[in-house]
Design a protein around this ligand. Structure first.
Ligand SMILES: *[C@@H]1O[C@H](CO)[C@@H](O)[C@H](O)[C@H]1NC(C)=O
Ligand SMILES: *[C@@H]1O[C@H](CO)[C@@H](O)[C@H](O)[C@H]1NC(C)=O
Ligand SMILES: *[C@@H]1O[C@H](CO)[C@@H](O)[C@H](O)[C@H]1NC(C)=O
Ligand SMILES: *[C@@H]1O[C@H](CO)[C@@H](O)[C@H](O)[C@H]1NC(C)=O
Ligand SMILES: *[C@@H]1O[C@H](CO)[C@@H](O)[C@H](O)[C@H]1NC(C)=O
Ligand SMILES: *[C@@H]1O[C@H](CO)[C@@H](O)[C@H](O)[C@H]1NC(C)=O
Length: 672
């Protein structure tokens, strides 16, 4: 008797709920294997049927259903507000400027209007140089006095100071320009007349920008992208990790920086100190004769420097980090508006550089990664103040023909993680679904209609940063032809230049379960016993992570459960279609004391383990601010409430909490 036939027959019996059980056993001759198999299947089917009642969706059970919320849904409109426009004022006169060709000038208009004689001013510039083997230092060249215009020599960045009557410092500012490529780079990257096969790639990232929030906050930019640049917006784009780092590493290097602990099923993030040896997509572009540029506005928060040391050697041909470090070092003439350096909005330094770069490199192949954090990271609404500046930048580049042979990619790394909106169901989904738009230049579209077709077909399919890494690598390797074979450069993911099945799962896209947006969900009551258990398990898990190592002993207070804020049951996309291996996840949001921290965690249950185990990241969804100033570990910072903040009179409270914590652990052990 072939076993396969028997197994199939036994499943048939069960699924039809037919009572052919005894008949079957007789037929098989009581094979112990078959009996075990029937038992396994029946437990799984029972678990499946129990939960399928909760799975209401009737769409193709194999297909990931992409959430499609209205950006102005009434549940979220109360979190939207108008931000005050940037008003730098004029803390200092506009005394100097650096022109497109690297000549430094005194602004004669300003001097004339000042009522002083030109001879009364003494201005000097110092070139800003990157310190060898260090990403966190810069050095300044010897100050050069200048009266007439002169060319700056060995840097593209300067700090300038001016004194009035040799005494009072009246001006301190920084300037940047984009020098022409070096001779070697010039030859390598110079376009032969019509180089459609090697379009430039310009990435403009905006930190914490979901698709929905992009639509709300940046309507003008959205309009330019979709109407003028004819960009495709990807509505199924989903993040692959919690914050900027895992997401941008997936995009820029194809590397999954998560390490999963097989026993506890939790994720940790691997982050090297230096990234010089990590292959990044710009290396591949450079090898194909592209000039490379990297520019991020917030030097302490950048992808490679936040809790890391960045690069020993400059990673790209054009590297603007030393300039930002120098701007941050200026101590005089600050604007009252913290969004400015002196008279100028900070983001304008980024946008001006991008514009100058696109103009300078118009006849060269380039790959540019630019990223704006300052305006969008801390506040859901603030980025709106830059909408028309973004709009103008794209319009100007387009009108001047600088994008004729450039692929423009505008993206958010993830959605907002801390704003109040995160407590809503829509806020949770948009936290997982960053903005992503891709604009292809006209001649490229004409030559490669099948790639355009691929992108269009995938615009509403589950996609991740790993997929767009593959797309970038296709471009870097010129793997674009209709017959060119599908290649995988990284570890996971498929280039969205070619059709991707709507049946793909989060796992296939490299998206961790807790960020999967394909799940069929059901709200659970916070009084539900399953929810209470999940909430206690979550807090116990956080405490064991927090207090498990002796390093944090006495440094961080134990946390105890104050409130359950909400809970859902979910079953993930494609597996909804079958009983075998079916599992459900409980997602629970809690608030703990003494920190008032809010956490959201995901716990898993299957037919064999009905109690939840934590899956992946636990998210801190309100700010930790200074609460965890006493620790430095990335994960512990999300959890820790430093005991010194409890204050002397709270020592009893702390002891009580420790007792609570202990009893919770005891409870936890006896329950399981
Ligand atoms: C020169 O200064 C005037 C104001 O005094 C300002 O409007 C103008 O933009 C400045 N020019 C440059 C090139 O910075
Ligand atoms: C930095 O490195 C460059 C090239 O290797 C070298 O020419 C220069 O002298 C070094 N500068 C310092 C301050 O060590
Ligand atoms: C976890 O399991 C995967 C697949 O089974 C394996 O490749 C990996 O090495 C395991 N990791 C550890 C840390 O044991
Ligand atoms: C860019 O393309 C437009 C439309 O095809 C054309 O009119 C314009 O001359 C081009 N500009 C440059 C700088 O190549
Ligand atoms: C999805 O999977 C189902 C079941 O295997 C199949 O019938 C359907 O054609 C698939 N759809 C796509 C778009 O791949
Ligand atoms: C954070 O709080 C600690 C303890 O009260 C204090 O020493 C430290 O200066 C604070 N840091 C900031 C940035 O507020």
């Amino acid at each position: 008797m072939p076993l396969k036939v028997a197994v199939r027959y036994s499943s048939y019996c069960l699924s039809k709920k037919a009572s052919c059980f005894i008949l079957l056993l007789m037929f098989l001759g009581y094979s112990p294997f078959i009996i075990y198999d029937i038992y396994v299947t029946s437990v799984e089917v029972e678990f499946y049927n129990l939960h399928m009642e909760d799975v209401t969706d009737s769409a193709n059970e194999y297909e990931c259903v992409i959430p499609d919320y209205d950006p102005y849904d009434p549940h979220v409109t109360k979190y939207l507000s108008t931000s005050p426009v940037i008003q730098c004022g004029q803390p200092q006169p506009y005394l100097t400027y650096l022109d497109y060709d690297g000549f430094i000038h005194l602004n004669k208009t300003t001097i004339k209007n000042s009522g002083h004689d030109e001879r009364d001013y003494e201005c000097q510039y110092s070139e800003i140089l990157r310190t060898n083997k260090s990403d966190d230092k810069f050095s300044l060249g010897i100050p050069q006095m200048f009266k007439e215009t002169e060319k700056i020599q060995s840097s593209a960045f300067v700090l300038v100071k001016c004194f009035l009557k040799s005494a009072d410092l009246v001006y301190e500012s920084g300037h940047a320009y984009v020098p022409p490529p070096s001779a070697e780079l010039y030859t390598a990257s110079r376009r032969k007349s019509n180089d459609v096969d090697h379009p430039s790639v310009l990435i403009f990232g905006v930190d914490s920008m979901s698709r929905l929030n992009f639509v709300r906050q940046l309507p003008r930019t959205y309009h330019v992208l979709t109407n003028v640049l004819d960009a495709i917006v990807f509505k199924g784009m989903t993040k692959t990790g919690d914050n900027t780092f895992p997401n941008m590493m997936a995009l820029l290097s194809g590397i999954n920086v998560h390490k999963r602990n097989n026993k506890s099923n939790t994720l940790s993030v691997y982050k090297p100190t230096y990234f010089d040896d990590v292959p990044i997509v710009w290396d591949s572009f450079r090898a194909s004769g592209y000039a490379t540029m990297y520019n991020e506005d917030a030097p302490s928060l950048t992808v490679f420097n936040f809790h890391a040391s960045g690069f020993k050697d400059q990673p790209t041909d054009y590297y603007v980090r030393p300039f930002w470090l120098a701007l941050n070092s200026i101590s005089s003439f600050h604007s009252k508006d913290s969004r400015c350096y002196g008279n100028t909005p900070k983001h304008m330094y980024l946008l001006d550089y991008i514009e100058q770069f696109a103009a300078r490199m118009k006849n060269h192949r380039y790959f540019a990664f630019t990223f704006l954090t300052l305006l969008s990271h801390d506040d859901l609404n603030e980025v709106q103040v830059a909408d028309s500046d973004f709009e103008n930048m794209f319009l100007k580049m387009q009108q001047e023909g600088q994008l004729n042979n450039t692929i423009v990619i505008v993206l958010g790394d993830h959605g907002h993680r801390f704003s109040g909106i995160r407590k809503t169901d829509i806020g949770r989904v948009e936290e997982r679904m960053p903005f992503l738009a891709v604009s292809l230049p006209t001649e490229f579209k004409d030559r490669y209609p099948h790639l355009v077709e691929g992108l269009k077909q995938n615009h509403n399919t589950l996609l991740s940063w790993f997929d767009f890494y593959e797309m970038l690598m296709d471009l870097a390797h010129n793997n674009l032809g209709k017959k060119s074979f599908v290649h995988r450069y990284g570890t996971i993911g498929s280039s969205p230049f070619r059709w991707i099945s709507k049946n793909r799962t989060c796992e296939e896209a490299g998206i961790p379960d807790e960020y999967c947006i394909c799940a069929r969900e059901r709200q659970l009551n916070t009084n539900d016993e399953r929810v209470k258990t999940a909430a206690r398990d979550l807090v116990a898990y956080i405490n064991s992570d927090l207090l498990g190592s002796t390093v944090n002993e006495g440094v961080c207070s134990p946390l105890y459960l104050k409130r359950i804020l909400g809970a859902q049951m979910l079953s993930l996309g494609a597996q909804v279609a079958q009983a075998k291996g079916f599992r459900v996840l409980y997602r629970v949001m809690v608030q703990v004391m003494p920190s008032k921290a809010m956490f959201e965690g995901t716990l898993e249950a299957d037919a064999w383990n009905r109690q939840g185990n934590i899956v992946g990241d636990v998210n801190r969804i309100n700010r930790y601010g200074n609460q965890s100033h006493c620790v430095s570990d990335k994960i512990v910072r999300l959890y820790c409430y430093c005991t010194d903040l409890l204050g002397g009179s709270h020592q009893n409270e702390a002891q009580q909490m420790t007792a609570n914590y202990r009893s919770q652990v005891t409870y936890d052990l006896t329950e399981k």
